[in-house]
Design a protein around this ligand. Structure first.
Ligand code: IPE
Ligand code: IPE
Ligand code: MG
Length: 253
């Protein structure tokens, strides 16, 4: 399916739908869910669902570059996902290594900057090596910042921030009254990045599942029954077109 961008009018068309290129969300975050159900429907093992989910990642990253999204956060593995069988967890880690190995050149050519968010201390060493390597290769890129949330939990992120702030307080670097929303934001994994404008959750679940608890204060939410491995550029555009119709008030009138 092709997608035509009209640079003069600053619009883009896809299947008769019009995207306003002047109102592209800066930061889109996606809870990539439904891989297991996608596999089950086909009688496949769950890992094959995750593999198909990796293809959706490629499509969505490409489309995000194309329409000029500045930050894309993909929730790949939560702090609660360790509850799954070791075989599935290992399969997910191996798939990440495979994705980085295969995609790093294209990502780099497309000016994508990779940034992992989450508690990486618990991630297998072979995975950490690949993560550091891919962040290093892409560190000077200026296009899309691709945050991959790995062993990420919104509560864990806040606990981590509180510890860092507590240490600055104990070390006398800050005073109690210096603690404000900005200091908290500056100590999250997403320090320096804008909050997500749009959070997308496919798979029919209507929950946040410990994702971006602080940053989502005023995010627009978009839910869909589509399973993540079926997610493509058109779904992303549909979500953004819906987002563009919303009236964001941030508590104002
Ligand atoms: C992918 O979907 C999300 C990850 C944790 C990798 P799931 O594996 O949660 O798929 P469902 O929810 O069982 O369908
Ligand atoms: C959320 O999906 C986590 C990721 C997409 C990585 P889950 O499948 O783990 O969420 P729940 O258990 O349905 O809330
Ligand atoms: Mg799930």
């Amino acid at each position: 399916m092709s997608f035509i961008i009209n640079r003069k009018k600053n619009t883009a068309h896809e299947m008769g739908k019009k995207l306003d290129m002047n109102n592209i969300p800066k930061h889109v975050a996606i809870i990539m869910d439904g891989n297991g159900r996608w596999a089950k429907k086909r009688g496949f093992i769950r890992t094959l669902g995750h593999r198909a989910g990796m293809e959706a990642v490629k499509r969505v990253v490409r489309a995000s570059c194309e329409i000029g999204i500045k930050y894309l956060t993909l929730y790949a593995f939560s702090t609660e996902n360790w509850k799954r069988p070791a075989e599935e967890v290992n399969g997910l880690m191996d798939l990440l290594i495979e994705y980085l190995g295969r995609e790093i050149n294209e990502l780099n050519e497309n000016d994508v900057k990779l940034n992992f968010i989450g508690d990486l201390s618990k991630i297998p060493e072979k995975c950490k090596i690949k993560i550091k390597e891919s962040e290093e290769i892409t560190k000077n890129n200026k296009g899309l910042t691709l945050n991959i949330a790995l062993n990420y939990g919104g509560r864990n992120e806040i606990v981590n921030a509180v510890k860092k702030i507590g240490k600055s307080l104990l070390d006398g670097k800050i005073k109690l009254n210096d603690i404000d929303e900005q200091i908290i934001a500056d100590n999250l994994y997403t320090a320096g990045q804008p909050d997500p404008d749009l959070i997308i959750r496919p798979s029919g679940e209507l929950r946040i599942s410990n994702f971006m608890l602080w940053q989502s204060a005023y995010s627009e939410l978009w839910f869909s029954d589509i399973l993540w491995p079926d997610f493509d550029k058109n779904h992303l555009l549909e979500a953004i077109i819906d987002y563009q119709k919303r009236n964001r008030r941030f508590g104002g009138i």
